[in-house]
Design a protein around this ligand. Structure first.
Ligand code: HEM
Length: 390
């Protein structure tokens, strides 16, 4: 028996303990099923019989046919097995740790350019003025687009992934955003073919297409998936990490004294406050999970926020610790669909934190003027007021 009356898997800030409710790692309710324990959550994420629910969500919102529906149906996140590997392999090759390290210098330059423009003599919204602006500039560099396209990229990522807020009234705006995104990429591809290929991701994908390894439609599908995923999650996650690290003054002092600790601190902060608090899947057939049979068609929500605080997996899970061994939260998922941009996203956030620790060791958060919330199972930053020179 897994039903619990008052548990809401969409509410990571509702004071539930991590890993289980009433001792159960799998619970059910009007929402379907929720996997709470780290081991169970990993099992679901690794099992191709559980498919991402994004297409069904679109269909429930009335997007049941046309180019937006077709894109979603054949996108990398929705498909499994060999067709998935066919789409994933070229992107995974391009997004290797080597690529990430190669562009670290660009990440630093982007952070510096943005912070150079700041009036740091008084408190300001660090989310809006810094964290929000970085990922879309990084995408532009990655895709070989001019930096002047960054506001458009940010807006497209934000408006397309708004699907995950589960607010039906957003459906017309989501459809319009995808149409705009397709037009933008068509235009970018046309410009790239005119100007000649470079070392960027889009050139790489287009060359794969010209070599017959991807169809024209697959190139566009890949580029669309990367653009929608590129900015909004990283912007919020960067804000959540900065918020977490600046509030814990002991931790912050350790980072200022020893910046080598920053990568571990970033992972620990995104364990505690995962942007993707929930990854929602659908069972494509009856699946046995322990002693429960999940019927075909059921919603199974992987509660990353809960799994990341599972005491069976993380000692003293609610505490921030820089000394965890093998710290592997599920914020970027695991298994065949694990996030292709995770190395890049982590590097972006590390460079933001490094810049702050190096240039603003006394920075503090103004809690009264800061709003951290959640929607659709996702942690989000509404505002993050920071005083860099208190
Ligand atoms: C902090 C920021 C990010 C978070 C928290 C995040 C989270 C995730 C999660 C949870 C998944 C897996 C969903 C599932 O299992 O169904 C995923 C997949 C994916 N992410 Fe990210 N992501 C982030 C940034 C990025 C960036 C910057 C990019 C690209 C530039 C990106 C590209 C992708 C792609 C292409 C997939 C699909 C992989 C596949 O289906 O094989 N992500 N991401």
């Amino acid at each position: 028996m897994t039903t619990t009356a008052d548990f809401d898997p969409f509410a990571p800030d509702a004071g539930h303990e991590g890993g289980a409710v009433d001792g159960r790692a799998l619970v059910s309710g009007p929402y379907g099923f929720a996997a709470l324990g780290h081991e169970l959550a990993s099992t679901v994420l690794r099992d191709p019989r559980f498919q991402n629910s994004a297409l069904r969500l679109m269909e429930e919102f009335g997007i049941t046919e046309g180019p937006v529906h077709d894109f979603r149906a054949r996108s990398i996140i929705m498909i499994e097995g060999d067709p998935h590997m066919r789409l994933r392999t070229p992107l995974a090759r391009f997004m290797s740790p080597v690529t990430v390290e190669r562009i670290r210098g660009v990440l630093r330059a982007i952070v510096e350019t943005i912070t150079d423009d700041l009036d740091d003599s008084k408190p300001f919204d660090f989310y809006r003025q810094v964290a929000y602006r970085i990922p879309s500039m990084v995408y532009c560099h990655l895709a070989g687009a001019p930096f002047s396209d960054a506001p458009k990229v940010q807006s497209l990522s934000e408006r397309t992934l708004a699907l995950l807020h589960r607010d039906r009234s957003l459906a017309p705006s989501i459809r319009a955003a995808y149409d705009e995104l397709f037009d933008y990429l068509d235009d970018l591809i046309r410009r790239k073919r005119e100007q000649g290929f470079g070392e960027d991701m889009l050139s790489y994908l287009l060359k794969q297409g010209d070599d017959g390894k991807l169809t024209e439609q697959e190139v566009l599908t890949e580029a669309t998936s990367m653009l929608e995923a590129s900015s909004v999650n990283t912007a919020h996650q960067a804000g959540l990490v900065v918020w977490t690290l600046l509030r814990d003054r002991d931790v912050w002092r350790r980072l200022v004294a020893d910046p080598e600790l920053i990568p571990a601190a970033v992972v620990e902060a995104l364990r505690l406050y995962p942007r993707t608090g929930l990854v929602s899947k659908i069972a494509t057939e009856d699946v046995e999970l322990g002693d429960v049979v999940i019927p075909r068609g059921s919603d199974v929500h992987v509660a990353v926020w809960s799994a990341n605080r599972d005491p069976e997996r993380f000692e003293n899970p609610g505490a921030f610790s820089l000394d965890r061994e093998c710290n592997q939260p599920l914020t970027f998922s695991t298994g065949p669909h694990n996030c292709l941009g995770q190395g890049l996203a982590k590097a972006e956030i590390e460079e933001v934190v490094r810049h702050l620790a190096e240039h603003y060791p006394d920075a503090v958060v103004d809690e009264d003027a800061t709003r951290i919330g959640q929607a659709g199972g996702r942690w989000l930053v509404e505002s993050l007021t920071v005083d860099l020179r208190p």
